[in-house]
Design a protein around this ligand. Sequence first.
Ligand SMILES: Cc1cc2nc3c(=O)[nH]c(=O)nc-3n(C[C@H](O)[C@H](O)[C@H](O)COP(=O)(O)OP(=O)(O)OC[C@H]3O[C@@H](n4cnc5c(N)ncnc54)[C@H](O)[C@@H]3O)c2cc1C
Length: 351
Amino acid sequence: MIKTDILIIGAGPTGLFTVFEAGLLKLKTHLIDALPQPGGQCAEIYPKKPIYDIPGFPEVLAGDLVDNLMEQIKPFEPGFTLGERAETIEKLEDDTFLVTTNRGTKHNAPVVAIAGGLGSFEPRKPPIPNIADFEDKGVAYIIRDPEVYRDKKVVISGGGDSALDWSIFLADVASEVTLVHRRNEFRGALDSVEKVAELSKLGKINLVTEAEVKELRGEEYLTGVNIKHKTKGDIAIDTDYFIPLFGLSPKLGPIANWGLEIEKNAIKVDNSYDYQTNIPGIYAIGDVNTYRGKLKLILSGFHEATLMCQSAYQRIHPDKKYVMKYTTVGGVEGFDGSKKEAKKETVKAII
Ligand SMILES: Cc1cc2nc3c(=O)[nH]c(=O)nc-3n(C[C@H](O)[C@H](O)[C@H](O)COP(=O)(O)OP(=O)(O)OC[C@H]3O[C@@H](n4cnc5c(N)ncnc54)[C@H](O)[C@@H]3O)c2cc1C
């Protein structure tokens, strides 16, 4: 069981910044995210796009913003459960919460901060009748650890960047890589398309276009796939893994069944104070919440995380009074012993 002070569901920009604000209050944090990497929409949807409305950054790539947030929170040593979706929540007798993921990992905390954005990104699954039977038994929709595929046979399907990039990467890892795509043209970046064509010529990727995986074979574990080709008919390929990479679509998912007040697919919160939901101890911050005038922007999430942490502190330490200090005055002291000292300088004031 993972125990922490604030359990954060969602490692997007809002969830990541919550770690920093909680850290200033000496509160420990742990993040759960359904994606294999932190960064939420910024990392998953638009890492190479420049953002222009982060205060103090005239222009910053979404991916760089995530890297900077990760650097900023490092001293506070947050825990991560990545590639797992928070599935159920239970209130325990000691007034704390038990959150269990779809893979059975249990987390316990007195405060839960839902920073779930548009929801957890669910893989788009191809319509193959028995695909669910082979999930985690040869079928994967997200590549968490490429080493799993070392010296194995892999069939990837899809025509976007994910399918192309992973085919290129796994060509040096797996014993055999087959890339199956419905069309001759790919949607991904041109240099990736060219690289796949080159690797195909070298025999390092078996490229099968104008084709779709229609059937999966195997007893308990996957042993092969049957492909339907537009002109050549059926092709049977033996494989250890089938990885359909057709993109991810966000869904509020299991959180919608946690007894929280929901309005238009978002969680209603008290924005006059601390972004708490209708269940005391559960907060909702960032894109996942709604209130009058809500703006789904990164800076809104940062602001909401800051206020939420103050309220969480009072809930965790009802007998202590926290006096807010500017970081320029108090500095930043990480749990790892690192210190960013406040500089004592004379401040000139014009009155
Ligand atoms: C193309 C594009 C451009 C944008 N440009 C800008 C811009 O210029 N400026 C700006 O301010 N905003 C912009 N935005 C919006 C901005 O990205 C969002 O406001 C921001 O990402 C919200 O952050 P968040 O942390 O609240 O949620 P998200 O970034 O959505 O992160 C939520 C995370 O929670 C996880 N999650 C959800 N449910 C669960 C669960 N049950 N279990 C585990 N994990 C879960 C998800 O996997 C996800 O990683 C843009 C968005 C898009 C799509």
